[in-house]
Design a protein around this ligand. Sequence first.
Ligand SMILES: NC(=O)c1ccc[n+]([C@@H]2O[C@H](COP(=O)([O-])OP(=O)(O)OC[C@H]3O[C@@H](n4cnc5c(N)ncnc54)[C@H](OP(=O)(O)O)[C@@H]3O)[C@@H](O)[C@H]2O)c1
Length: 338
Amino acid sequence: MNGTKKQIRLAKRPVGTPKFEDFSITESPIGSPDGGEVLIRNVYISVDPYLRGRLQDVKSYVPPFQLNDVIVSGTIGQVVESNSAHFTEGDIVIGMLGWEEYSKANEKTVRKLDPSLASVTANLGIIGMTGLTAYFGLLDIGQPKEGETVVVSGAAGAVGSTVGQIAKIKGTRVVGIAGSKEKCNYLINELGFDAVINYKEENVAAALGKACPNGIDVYFDNVGGEISDAVFPLLNKFARIPVCGAISAYNKVEPDIGPRVQTFLIKTSALMKGFTVGDYSARFKEGGAQLAAWLKEDKLKYEETITEGFDSIIDAFLGLFKGKNLGKQLVKIGEFAE
Ligand SMILES: NC(=O)c1ccc[n+]([C@@H]2O[C@H](COP(=O)([O-])OP(=O)(O)OC[C@H]3O[C@@H](n4cnc5c(N)ncnc54)[C@H](OP(=O)(O)O)[C@@H]3O)[C@@H](O)[C@H]2O)c1
């Protein structure tokens, strides 16, 4: 295809909280797909906290971006040219694609979406990576049992809001910790959480004591830091702690030192286990099907914060660290053709 596409690249490795200037917006030719490739016009781009780790030159479960690389994340788009027997023009596909208007992708790296399962965007959220993270982290590691108390931090975000609802499906008492009054109201009024704590306005330790009169059996940790420090003294015997994320530490320049957890774990025989959703890739089909079924039965709800326009991608990403999103943060950069 003739013409040029805009792309967002890593310009500098951020020090502390990432800034707009750490990225650059460049233009390059769109080009055409080679054999076994498709050309995709990108429509929805997912921005995710874990990308912060990939901006740093450190070893992790995904390799870091190199300077000048186009940033890559979960993306949904539409095939505009196909040089693959498996795709035709107009197919709506999902894959790990660049922060760019058009992507060329090998046919093995993208898949067609099944429109009967849920809305298109749900594939980047509640039945996609973030929903699966909640599903496997909570059920496999957290193992919630009826009548138990489940606490989730980052509760109004994409993962946290799903965790709380699955915990309700399993018959537990659910306490959410989030960063604004609006988010807390949403968790109580829309998602049926039993109690909420606004960590920006309340003393988390005192509020947890009130909200969890029977202690805490499962703590789904999305944020780490001082919020998690307040949870450990309230753990019950044999508590389970799926460690999903530590967003409060992602932008710290100095090591994130806090109270040590060992004594709490020993006293309660608690299990604390880190995980990445990729650990469960062999079971994605099972998880996706269950999430889609709960969605159809109205047992799960989801919220999306969708910013519009290619030029809003960087700000949408930076907004995650300021709590600007309710539910899944996405960016819409185009329209699907009929
Ligand atoms: N292990 C895995 O495979 C996996 C997969 C997906 C995500 N994750 C992790 O799970 C967590 C949630 O991810 P998500 O995609 O669902 O993002 P999200 O929760 O939708 O968005 C991030 C939220 O984090 C909160 N936050 C930002 N800075 C914070 C701070 N300093 N202290 C406490 N809260 C803070 C903000 O909400 P408030 O307004 O409440 O502060 C913000 O809205 C992240 O830590 C992410 O890295 C892990």
